[in-house]
Ligand binder design. Structure first.
Ligand SMILES: [Zn+2]
Length: 432
């Protein structure tokens, strides 16, 4: 038997218990300028202020001193496309133009399992370099794309949710599956990967316009049959897309209604974007237990629109941050927080930095129903965490020296930070 691995990580430490909201609710988070995270065999044993916790530790322990670094739970990216890694910043006038000119052609290459594996490896390394320890990931329509991703994720021991996309119309012929074959593939993928190690399966209709009613019915049937499997798709991202859905599903009252009709609105369902929803739809989404992935970098890059934080809060909607690479232009959740801040500014709203960090960590875990394991520190939770470097760049170091509060420091990491600010990423207590 291998000896117990027990490490005390020392540094500043920030942890969330709940949503700090618009006013930095003090009971929602805990912060120690000199804190300790005690990790035993990949899980959190204890955490707290160094002055109290360090002297109380009995038994063998190693100490890693992160100096002025800030220890926080790893970032959770609630919506990202791994096959679009190679089309970040490729161009495109708007969503539908970008899909046709860049996304579909890039996805066609994933018929080759070797290519899929190579991109999956790069993608996962890039996530970890950026401090993202868990993500909800879309593949392509090819079953091999999901297999390749799960294999690469399993090798790294990361907690990931993924699925092959479902598309049986309005896409190039070689990206088209059909309801019966897709259902067969899904059952095989769920049996092979869902609940294996730290992996989860998501039923992933690409978006309503690329699935027939028969395919959405099949997806809904599987969602009922496997209630702990995730559901992951797009909703109300772009005005032209919304109009198209109205044309394609004239019997439905709106875009959200399409997913609801087919049994795809429930807990563990995530819809990316949710920009063009009315208040009634927002309340309906909230009541269903489904959540929204807020992907500001993508929404700005493709000119899709502005996610309304205040209206989503008023409706009681769950939402969390996402990069949406490759519509999104960065793997960095710090960069994504900065874009979210700007979206709030454009709507005359506020996204305080504490809440932005919450939306990049615990909010995602709660939305996905994984907060008993990831997204926050608690006794027994999985030790996926990162260390943020306040001295990552000359400018960051200079500005950090002028700060007085945690909120000021978090805002600087958001506004000036990127992958360079991630000093270390730990998966189950192991440096990645
Ligand atoms: Zn997307």
């Amino acid at each position: 038997m291998s000896p117990l691995s027990r490490i005390a990580h020392c540094g500043a430490l920030l942890n969330f218990r709940a949503d700090p909201g618009a006013h930095d609710e003090p009971s929602a988070y805990e912060y120690w300028e000199q804190g300790v995270l005690l990790v035993t065999d990949g899980c959190v044993e204890a955490f707290g202020p160094a002055a109290e916790l360090l002297p109380a530790i009995t038994g063998p322990v190693s100490v890693i001193d992160h100096g002025a670094g800030l220890i926080v739970p790893g970032f959770i990216d609630t919506h990202i496309h791994y096959p679009q890694t190679d089309i970040i910043g490729a161009g495109g006038r708007n969503l539908l133009d970008w899909l046709e000119r860049y996304a579909f052609p890039a996805e066609q290459s994933f018929v080759d399992a070797g290519h899929a594996r190579q991109v999956a490896e790069f993608f996962l390394d890039e996530l970890l370099r950026n401090g993202t320890t868990s993500a909800q990931v879309l593949g392509t329509v090819h079953r091999a794309s999901a297999e390749a991703f799960f294999q690469a994720a399993a090798a790294r021991g990361v907690r990931m949710i993924a699925g092959k996309t479902l598309m049986d119309r309005n896409c190039p012929a070689d990206l088209c599956d059909n309801a019966a074959d897709a259902e067969h593939d899904l059952r095989a993928l769920i049996d092979s990967w869902h609940g294996r190690g730290r992996l989860h399966y998501a039923i992933t209709p690409s978006f309503a316009p690329t699935s027939t009613a028969a395919q959405l019915s099949s997806a809904g049937r599987l969602a009922r049959e496997y209630p702990d499997v995730f559901i992951h798709s797009h909703l109300a991202e772009n005005r032209d897309e919304v109009s198209w859905v109205h044309e394609l599903f004239p019997d439905c009252s709106g875009y959200l209604d399409v997913y609801d009709r087919f049994g795809l609105l429930r807990e563990r369902a995530t819809y990316a974007h949710c920009i063009y929803l009315d208040d009634q739809e927002r309340r309906r989404l909230a009541a269903s237990g489904a959540g929204a992935a807020f992907a500001p970098s993508s929404n700005l890059y493709l000119g899709s629109g502005l996610f309304d934080i205040a209206a989503s809060d008023a409706a009681g909607m769950r939402f969390a941050l996402a990069t949406d690479v490759g519509g999104g232009s960065s793997f960095s959740m710090l960069r994504t927080m900065a874009e979210a801040h700007k979206v709030a500014q454009l709507l005359g709203q506020r996204l305080p930095p504490l809440r932005a960090f919450y939306l990049a960590t615990l909010a995602g875990a709660r939305m996905l129903g994984l907060d008993d394991r990831i997204g926050r520190f608690a006794a027994g939770s999985e030790a996926d965490f990162i260390v943020l470097d306040p001295h990552a760049t000359a400018l960051l170091e200079r500005r950090m020296a002028q700060t007085h509060t945690l909120a000021e420091r978090l805002l600087l990491w958001m506004i000036l930070g990127d992958d360079r600010a991630i000093a270390a990423t730990y998966i189950l207590g192991q440096a990645a």
